[in-house]
Design a protein around this ligand. Structure first.
Ligand SMILES: Cc1cc(-c2n[nH]c(CCNC(=O)c3cc(-c4ccc(F)cc4)cc(O)c3O)n2)ccn1
Ligand SMILES: [Mg+2]
Length: 214
């Protein structure tokens, strides 16, 4: 096929969503993924849980690992208080190019900093490059075997503070067993599982919410 799935997803947004209307962008992507082509966005069911955690935390500084097409960046950024910002890391340049356009269509480019590159390279540079002290909220949605090493890296780089909330997607499917064991056993975290389903399917999945106790 000449176009990629992310390109077809973006076209569906530009066709069916209204500019500067984040909810219409979210709906256009969910409709596309449910009725046209499945794609690995966090989706509407887990997205509702993501929304409730973001509203509870009301983060001023937020980090997302794994932007893909920008769906969860739009879900998060639309709920941020004035002056707050989301930094989202995307490894794949093709995904990043689509995510930038989806975020712009939603009118949220002023609240989102999309950075291309690997989480392991960028996390140690967050403080000096973005002037970030600590993150209030971290959404983990990137390579599942990077969840644990990157969480340890965030700790080591002093980017977590007492009360920082980590929310991890896909802890059942595809799964992040080493991460789950770590946050559930560690005395530095208070962890809770939100049972849900893999986006747009009936397969079991869920989100793990872990509060850093320092
Ligand atoms: C900064 C940085 C960023 C990245 C990075 N950027 N973008 C990603 C994408 C990661 N996401 C997934 O792989 C993923 C997969 C599934 C899935 C797939 C197939 C199935 F059959 C069932 C489930 C479902 C999901 O919800 C997922 O999120 N990684 C990597 C490294 N460094
Ligand atoms: Mg995911």
């Amino acid at each position: 096929t000449r176009t990629t799935r992310p390109q077809r997803l973006l076209r569906a947004v530009q066709k069916n969503a209204t500019r500067n209307n984040p909810l219409s962008v979210i709906s256009a992507i969910d409709d596309f993924c449910r009725h046209r082509e499945w794609a690995m966005n966090v989706g509407d069911e887990k997205g509702f849980i993501l929304d409730s955690v973001v509203n509870e935390v009301s983060p001023v500084t937020a980090l997302e690992l794994g932007a893909y097409c920008g769906y969860s960046a739009v879900r998060i950024a639309r709920l941020l208080p004035p002056g707050a910002c989301l930094i989202t890391l995307e490894f794949n340049p093709d995904y990043a190019a689509i995510a930038r356009q989806v975020i712009a269509w939603a009118g949220l480019e002023d609240k989102v900093q999309l950075v291309e590159g690997a989480s392991g390279d960028w996390i140690p540079r967050m403080k000096e490059h973005f002037g970030i002290e600590t993150f209030d909220f971290v959404f983990l949605d990137h390579w599942k075997d990077s969840y644990l090493p990157d969480t340890k890296l965030l700790e080591e780089c002093g980017l977590l503070r007492k009360g920082t909330v980590l929310l991890a997607d896909n802890v059942i499917c595809p799964g992040a067993p080493d991460y789950l064991e770590y946050v559930r056993k560690s005395l530095s975290y208070e962890s809770r599982f939100f049972k849900s389903h893999l986006e747009y399917t009936k397969a079991e999945d869920g989100l793990e919410k872990s509060v850093y106790l320092s």
